[in-house]
Ligand binder design. Structure first.
Ligand code: ME8
Length: 472
């Protein structure tokens, strides 16, 4: 068991150039499960869960123009879609952060000024190939046949402009040293090794301002430049703890979660900026894998983009959360398919836990069993706790579904419908204890299921409920 007293978890702040998609939902659901887990262990007031939107920069400005909106109006609209989607998905964030919040501007400017005053920022000229999809200059290996590997349909731009540069080359060895000393960590191990290799291969200074992009936060000592959108965005994690005194204590973050695409920013550049500003480093940077849909990259042009709102309409929030997190191991790359979602929904939820709850409740109703309020177990099972504390939500869910399978087997073997009187009541009590275990453990993932089990079995006379998961 860990000796944590508090827990601060973040998702990336997502670009508002498009509506939330399945990738955003995946990361956010995982972060929500960790937040809910730790709230139960440490108490609500000791957890801070941050998500939000990344609203500045060339990419968002271009999307706003395309939509015929002023950038602020456009970002207001898309940020609202995120808030709505997270409500539908039952995401229990504490703060929804927007980089256009005027309070953030001041935090960014103060932090940059500090780094500038420390002599770690200088003026130079940048010449390179810029990908607006990535919002960064690309290195030669990121360009294949004249296109960005991640954004093959995005037109690359040859750019040369005066920028302010951050002395990343000077900071990088210190960051690597901090990583090796365990001052912060990067997981899983394979991704850490990639990052260390890259850090050792020679790091160049990075440009941290733009002259050609007006939609951003002005550089405090030279307002003809705006802050590079990635610097503005990363600082959100710190900024969110600075708006209210009661939140100060959460800095530094315990867990930054993102996919591997943006690990470099989170595992090196962020720590370098913090060090340069004299701030403490986060505890853990966790990169999960990237998924494809039916074996292909999810993209509008292929037409395989899965809309989380539609998925919630189809399956309900709980089930969708379950399907996302059990689709593949959290740190690995994986593949999702709507056909597999349906199969798994029917097998694990409708015919699995849903059926189990109905059968036990049905027998308990006939036996006139009373569920005693407040007797539901409150602690996580050791294997679920250990999976969650090593950031493996898929393993935690597997352990929970082992309890479900075991209970199914007991019922199959014991044939309780043939039992009567005390024998039946004894068997049912054992089943209900197991269902209580499922309820408490599943809470971080499927909060509505957890509450439904508690309501049926742990609060007065037991009645068979309507099916929790209709077969599809
Ligand atoms: O990068 N598989 O925002 P973004 C798994 N604004 N996760 C996926 C995914 C996929 N196929 N597609 C997207 C940005 N994601 C910046 C972040 S943070 C200071 C600034 C998830 O809208 C995953 O979490 O492009 C990935 O890292 C993130 O969406 C990128 O979101």
């Amino acid at each position: 068991m860990s000796d944590r007293k508090q827990f601060y978890v973040t998702t990336p702040i997502y670009y508002v150039n498009e509506r939330p998609h399945l990738g955003h939902a995946y990361t956010t659901v995982a972060a929500d499960a960790f937040a809910r887990y730790w709230r139960k262990v440490l108490g609500d007031e000791n957890v801070f869960f941050l998500t939000g939107t990344d609203e500045h920069g060339a990419k968002v400005a271009a999307a706003a123009e395309k939509a015929g909106r002023a950038p602020q109006q456009f970002t207001d609209e898309v940020a609202a879609q995120y808030v709505e989607t997270w409500q539908l998905l039952n995401i229990s964030y504490d703060t929804f952060f927007r980089t256009t919040d005027p309070r953030h501007r001041k935090v960014v400017q103060d932090l940059l000024q500090k780094i500038y005053d420390a002599g770690l920022i200088y003026k130079g000229t940048y010449k390179g190939t810029y990908c607006i999809g990535c919002e960064k200059y690309l290195s030669p290996e990121e360009i294949v046949d004249g296109h960005c590997v991640l954004h093959p349909t995005t037109q690359l731009v040859e750019q040369e402009e005066e920028n302010y540069f951050f002395k990343l080359s000077e900071l990088a060895p210190r960051v690597l040293d901090a990583l090796e000393r365990g001052e912060y960590r990067v997981i899983p191990e394979g991704r850490r090794a990639e990052i260390v290799g890259k850090m050792q291969s020679g790091i160049e200074d990075i440009s941290i301002s733009r002259q050609g992009v007006t939609w951003g936060i002005p550089v405090p000592w030279d307002e003809s430049h705006t802050t590079y959108v990635w610097v503005d965005a990363l600082i959100n994690y710190y900024s969110a703890t600075q708006f209210e005194d009661s939140l100060n204590r959460f800095w530094p973050a315990d867990l930054h979660i993102m996919a591997k695409d943006i690990l470099w920013f989170h595992a090196l550049i962020w720590e370098a900026l913090l060090m340069a500003a004299g701030l403490p480093l986060p505890e853990t940077v966790l990169a999960h894998g990237f998924f494809t849909v039916d074996g292909q990259k999810m993209s509008k042009s292929i037409g395989n983009v899965i809309d989380p709102v539609q998925m919630v309409e189809e399956y309900g929030a709980d089930s969708f959360r379950y399907l996302l997190l059990t689709a593949f191991a959290f740190g690995n790359d994986g593949d999702l398919s709507l056909a597999r979602f349906r199969e798994k929904y029917n097998a694990d939820l409708a015919n699995g836990i849903g059926n189990l709850v109905s059968r036990v409740a049905n027998l308990a109703e006939k036996a006139e069993l009373e569920g005693s309020a407040g007797s539901m177990p409150q602690a996580f099972s050791p294997d679920v706790a250990s999976a969650m504390e090593s950031f493996k939500p898929d393993e935690a869910l597997r352990a929970i579904w082992e309890i479900v399978a075991e209970l199914d087997r007991s019922i199959h073997d014991e044939e309780p419908w043939k039992l009567r009187g005390e024998e039946l009541r004894e068997a049912l009590s054992r089943y209900i204890v197991k269902l209580g275990e499922v309820a408490v453990n599943v809470g971080p993932f499927m909060p509505a299921l957890s509450q439904a089990i508690e309501a049926v079995f742990f609060s007065g006379p037991i009645r068979k409920p309507d099916p929790l998961f209709l077969r599809k």
